[in-house]
Design a protein around this ligand. Sequence first.
Ligand SMILES: [Zn+2]
Length: 228
Amino acid sequence: MKDKNVFYIKNIVDGKITEETPRVKTQKIVEETKNAITLLSNDDFIEVMIGCFIPDTYKDQGKKEKLYTKLSELVVGEWWRRMGGTYILPTKICGNCGNIYSRVKYTTRAGTKITKWRCGSCNKADGHKVCSNRYVTDETFTKLFVMGWNEIVEHQADYQERWQENIKGDDVLLRYKTKLVMKHAAAGVIEEFDSALMMAVMDHITVYEDGRLQIKFYDGTEFEVATE
Ligand SMILES: [Zn+2]
């Protein structure tokens, strides 16, 4: 990995401010950084992303730490922008055939607009239904996410041992993802569904034909619920 990538955010922060800077022009720095990271090649970008953890040398709650946090959020946003441009994010997977669930919107004869998720293989093969797995509503997924996430947040003390193991391990992506989970868990429980949070901490949900739903978070934690 190139040093300029590993210390990319740190170099910006250190180059722009000190703890004594009276008024930090956060908005301007955020804009400039956002434009700059958009122009990075994928190879450079992945190194920037892997390197972007708050340096231990920064003062707790200090100006540098705050700016660094803002800029690393930009990196996460850019990551998703790039992923979205190239892949379909497999956030909901069919436990029957392994296909990705996709969101379908339709209007009933009575004029009611309905949004449901169904297995992506349902509409393939010339109209032949190749997978009979169930439809799932938006609400079912969002409820499951809120419930699972709050379960982790409320019992985060119990997860510390596992998280520490993850962030000391060799799997770079797991280290990154676990730190995301830890950071967001520290912010406390959520009252309602938050799609940005879901993208930051959830790996995927698997839908099984017998009614079970399984949710997996980025740190590897899984929950399973039975629906009707
Ligand atoms: Zn399927």
